[in-house]
Design a binder for this molecule. Sequence first.
Ligand code: SAM
Length: 209
Amino acid sequence: MNNRMNTLDAWAGNFGDDYIKRNLPDAERIEQREVMWRSILPAMAPEMPESIIEVGANIGINLRALRKLCRAELFALEPNRKARGILQSDSVVPEANILAGAGSKIELAEHAVDLVFTSGVLIHVPPEELPGVYREMHRVSRRYLLTIEYFAAEPEEKRYRGHDGLLFKRDFGALWLDLFPDLKIVDYGFFWRPATGLDNLTWWLFRKS
Ligand SMILES: C[S@@+](CC[C@H](N)C(=O)[O-])C[C@H]1O[C@@H](n2cnc3c(N)ncnc32)[C@H](O)[C@@H]1O
């Protein structure tokens, strides 16, 4: 296999199928995400989202946690067919709310959903494609934008499971502010692995003005 892969093809194909096998929605994983969301959701307490879409939801570990913690209508966008099948067979979100495709083209109307978020997805988008994904997320969001990703002060690429071109770190929060200066910072934080079991994730939450 060529070491440099097209990221979207990789996630839609066998590489993405293998990810699902390594990341089954067991009780421990869902519990970790519940802890994560219990830290994030209070930041939206003055106006809790009534609808939420996860861009790059995979089999919905976040969404499984979220449906225990809030009453919002949940949507999932996911390029991998097997993952979408599991979202459907496990009834993680209503079937009509499972969207195929990529973050660069979200088949929803402008301002369709209160909160649009990613978790471990923007790190897999080639840097030159990030503005297009940000624009789509911003277009679809009515109120909040949230990214939960790997932080680096300067953009850097890391090898990921033996491949180049699949993992990029940067200050994803700063990019939101660069592209959309109207956004207000609501909150941000860090989930340190030794304390949370999560993968040293940084989160940034913004509100449209
Ligand atoms: C590391 S997994 C994270 C899954 C999930 N967000 C979570 O936190 O458990 C990355 C997911 O993003 C999806 N993905 C990759 N590139 C994408 C893109 N350009 N737009 C939307 N989803 C994408 C993959 O198919 C995969 O399901």
